[in-house]
Write a protein that binds this ligand. Structure first.
Ligand code: ATP
Ligand code: MG
Length: 568
């Protein structure tokens, strides 16, 4: 039934709420800064898959550029070969496009290694950089603290010639890892610690995913980022708040080199309850096989969310709703789920699936008869049309929809009670069949032939409508139910000496292997999304070679489950 369910609307923040970065852009355009040109970039490090936090940066970088007729580059910030890989590069490109954005230019910070090296030599010649023989621990010890100034490195006053010579030999590979660095000569007593002679280059004898073994010195983030922005003539370089302290250094390099004056603006990081947004920690879950992979449907990665059944538009709408500010906060996961349900409700067709089948035989229904019942595909979308679903003497209903001894306010099926079968007939339960251990194995019911389509000609009331599938026609399916990956609202909240993985939810995945789904989905393609009536939103998993596998994207709000919980 391959109904196309992705939204085709092009993303734009045009009608989104204003924010301070947008206001700065409006001012800059008004004042004619950079001739009113807006250039942004999204700069992921290819050391993991993108997560929902990155979606916020993507929506801002691409969204604001688009709004003001500007351009946005995708730039891989690949200056640390030890963690980077082309697998991540490819996944990031796929995810950005899936989210609905297209870059104007594709760049790699590693493209700029030769230029960055030239600029380093210029800084050495200007007496603004020096080769330092302190190791990482010694550099840290010399740095001082917020309340105490640092102390000068004993190598700070090397001559320009000696620095040029040593730096060239660093590049030639004469020295082992960690033995020397190139540092900017700024001010060891600067109140901002990032200005205390920061390291510009380190020695790393490691192959790079693009430049191979061409380099054994690699630029640090602070030395590479601003200059890369400047090379691309980025006007507004947006990043998250933790880079606030790096701004002064960002500006220092650009000023000393006299190059295009890109400017950095910091915004708040997205944080979500029950969710971990750190590539490093997500990598640990993958490496330790605590999840199935980067695209495990429980992961907050864009690839995991895609596999789970999220739509790009639900994510974009959510991101627009959280806004942009200058203080970090925490957003409730329910806010994301709200936008997901809203989107899916509008977009996806309804079908019937029984997750925990209970066999029902309709005693007075003719043997061998099959009727095709009319079912509406999407009440929210009349253009989605309708389909036929087979009805016959033996059906399955949801085990939860029957109680032998119904509590008050339980209006579904129970002995002697009548309910409506969605799109079919009213049935009344006459007899409960159990096996020798007392487990209910079958219900015997009767139907009222005058109620086809669910109507009651005499106007009698039935309080409940339940879903069903015809036993002979239903397809077997596996359904995977997901819950929060972490039990704690803050997955990072652990006692001293403990690890965040201890907060993993042991019940985050529940597999229902014996589900029955209506036959209309027989040829459903991977990724196709449905609402299972009364249960929730589901999509066909990519691993459906040996039979249909559905991921539950998200449940509907179940009114009875709520009543029962309250009563418990
Ligand atoms: P992580 O800690 O998960 O590795 P990162 O910031 O190191 O994240 P980068 O690849 O460097 O990841 O990020 C690319 C861009 O995405 C940066 O501009 C960064 O500020 C932004 N970004 C990362 N995480 C978030 C988040 N949670 N909310 C908003 N923006 C984010
Ligand atoms: Mg990073």
């Amino acid at each position: 039934m391959g109904i196309e369910t992705e939204s085709t609307e092009t993303p734009s923040q045009n009608d989104g709420p204003s924010n301070f970065i947008r206001n700065i852009m409006i001012e800059d355009i008004k004042s004619g800064k950079h001739e009113g040109r807006i250039q942004t970039r999204f700069p992921p490090e290819p050391n993991g898959y993108l997560h929902i936090g990155h979606a916020k940066a993507i929506c801002l970088d691409f969204g604001l550029a688009a709004e003001f007729g500007g351009k946005c580059n995708l730039r891989f910030d690949d200056t640390n070969p030890s963690k980077e890989d082309t697998e991540y590069v490819n996944a990031i490109m796929e995810d950005v496009q899936w989210l609905g954005f297209q870059w104007d230019n594709l760049f790699y910070a590693s493209d700029y290694f030769p230029q960055l090296y030239e600029w380093a030599i210029q800084l050495i010649k200007d007496g603004k950089a020096y080769v330092c023989d302190l190791n990482a621990d010694e550099i840290r010890a010399h740095r001082g603290t917020l309340t105490e100034p640092g102390t000068d490195s004993p190598y700070r006053n090397r001559s320009v010639d000696e620095n040029l010579n040593l730096f060239a030999r660093m590049k030639q590979g004469e020295f082992p890892d960690g033995s020397r660095t190139l540092r900017a000569k700024i001010d060891m007593s600067a109140p901002n610690l990032s200005l205390r002679d920061p390291v510009m280059y380190r020695i790393l004898h490691l192959a790079h995913h693009r430049t191979g073994n061409q380099w054994c010195i690699y630029p640090m983030y602070d030395y590479a980022h601003g200059q890369s922005d400047s090379i691309e003539r980025v006007t507004h370089s947006m990043c998250t708040l933790e880079f606030d302290n790096n701004r002064a250094l960002y500006n220092w390099f650009i000023e000393q080199l006299g190059i295009f004056p890109s400017r950095q603006y910091e915004f708040d990081r997205l944080a979500l309850t029950h969710t971990l947004l750190s590539k490093r920690k997500l990598l640990k879950l993958v490496e330790e096989r605590l999840v199935e992979g980067w695209d495990d449907p429980r992961m907050p990665t864009l690839s995991g969310m895609r596999r789970r059944g999220y739509t790009p538009s639900a994510i974009r709408n959510f991101i627009a709703s959280v806004g942009v500010s200058k203080t970090n906060g925490i957003t409730q996961l329910q806010q994301l789920e709200y936008f997901l349900r809203q989107d899916l409700n509008r977009l996806v067709p309804r079908i019937m699936c029984v997750q925990k089948p209970l066999r029902v035989v309709i005693e007075n229904y003719p043997d061998g008869q099959v009727e095709e019942m009319d079912a509406i595909n999407n009440p929210e979308d009349s253009s989605a049309g309708s389909r036929k679903i087979p009805f016959s003497k033996t059906i399955y209903i949801e085990d939860d929809d029957f109680r032998e001894d119904p509590p008050s306010k339980f209006y579904r099926l129970s002995p002697g009670r009548e309910v409506r079968l969605r799109y079919a007939y009213l049935i009344t339960c006459r007899e409960v069949i159990k096996d020798s251990s007392g487990t209910i194995v079958e219900l015997r019911c009767t139907y009222d032939p005058a109620t086809r389509g669910g109507n009651t000609p005499d106007g009698r009331k039935v309080k409940s409508t339940i879903h069903w599938v015809s036993a002979d026609h239903a397809l077997p399916a596996e359904v995977r139910l997901y819950d929060n990956l972490f039990v704690k609202e803050d997955p990072n909240e652990v006692e001293e000496g403990h690890d965040f993985t201890e907060n993993l939810n042991p019940d985050s995945l529940q597999v229902l292997a014996d589900c029955k789904v209506e036959p209309s989905v027989r040829d459903a393609e991977r990724g196709t999304k449905y609402q299972f009536e009364r249960l929730g939103y589901y999509c066909v998993d990519r691993n459906s070679e040996d039979g249909l596998v559905f991921n539950r994207t998200i449940g509907l709000r179940d009114s009875w489950a709520k009543i029962e919980k309250r009563g418990a």
